[in-house]
Ligand binder design. Structure first.
Ligand code: DGY
Length: 317
């Protein structure tokens, strides 16, 4: 049996599955391992099932025991792992695509609705019983006929587009390349970021965090948005420059934000907390029992496939 380290607690059925296939070391308290502890615990292991809370930078990867051959990330995103450093050490990195598309897209839509329809203010008022219905009370932005800009039209972006379309939104997108007609499904492609942002009344950030996308939404690019745009992010906090976005909220260039992900999670820039128009969630994208089980099972299957065949279809490096 291959020996593996699982850095975070999984749902019970997934831990049972892992223990049938591997000699697995579990994290029974679900503590957040420091980099030193993770290196120490991986001694004698053949692979590590990592989570987005584990920061595997080059320094950490270089200190892993030579027996480690795979980092199976329990997430579709892999910005927490230095892919190049892993490659140099002949360690493959895998992720869990597809299984979390629907759950994450649901949260993407919730962010759009919550930010546009002033959910944070509404929740606060309802809880405090300090509100009175009136014709102009908490008027928000209706989605019907509003242009939605999807930054990154991968699986999650496309699912958000299809739900948003059913709500009457008009879909524009920016991607490295134009999609085929069937994948595009009527959405309007912009090769140029400036032209794309210029039509994004509501922006939905759905792209992975890579060297090219870190801080892509910044002081300069925020100015390309229409006045009073809404900015939502269901992908990764690193893509957005928080100071610039908070400044845009302060100046009312941006009407509201809907965020599920942050730079330096679990901390978030306190500037957001001052804004009633910030609809913020604690990284709930894939948080449903069905999806978390499917993700963990896929992360286990990725390891199994790799140990059996020497490769894995969900390899990302
Ligand atoms: C992912 O898989 O990257 C999600 O953000 C996890 O919730």
């Amino acid at each position: 049996m291959k020996k593996i380290l699982i850095t975070r607690r999984l749902l019970r059925s997934s831990e049972e599955k892992a223990s049938k296939i591997f000699d697995a070391k579990f994290n029974t308290n679900d503590e957040l391992y420091s980099q030193e502890k993770l290196i120490k615990l991986s001694a004698g292991c053949d692979g590590i099932l990592t989570a987005l809370t584990d920061k595997l930078d080059a320094e950490t990867i270089n200190k892993l025991p030579s027996s480690i051959k795979i980092l199976s990330n329990f997430a579709v995103g892999f910005g927490n792992i230095d892919l190049e450093a892993a490659k140099k050490r002949n360690i493959i990195v895998t992720n869990t695509p597809e299984v979390l598309t629907d759950a994450t897209a649901e949260i993407g839509i919730l962010l759009i609705l919550g930010a546009c329809r002033r959910a944070p203010e509404g929740i606060e008022a309802a809880k405090g019983s300090n509100w009175k219905w009136s014709a102009d009370y908490l008027i928000g932005k209706q989605l019907t006929g509003t242009r939605l800009g999807i930054l990154g039209m991968g699986r999650i972006g496309r699912k958000i587009a299809s739900i948003a379309k059913s709500l009457g939104m008009i879909i524009h997108y920016h991607n490295r390349s134009k999609l085929s007609d069937d994948k595009e499904d009527g959405a309007i492609y912009h090769k140029d970021l400036k032209s794309f942002l210029g039509v994004s009344d509501v922006l939905s950030v759905c792209c992975p965090a890579t060297k090219e996308t870190v801080d892509l939404i910044n002081k300069e690019t925020l100015e390309y948005l229409p006045q009073g745009a809404v900015v939502t992010n269901v992908a990764r906090g690193d893509i957005v420059n928080d100071d610039a976005l908070i400044d845009a909220l302060n100046r009312r260039k941006v009407y509201a934000v809907g965020l599920d992900v942050y730079k330096g999670e679990p901390n978030l820039n306190p500037g957001y907390l001052k804004h009633k128009s910030a609809f913020i969630l604690p990284h709930l994208g894939s948080a449903s029992k069905h999806t978390r089980t499917a993700m963990a099972d896929l992360a286990i299957d990725n390891m199994n496939e790799f140990f059996k065949s020497g490769s894995c279809k969900n390899k990302v490096n």
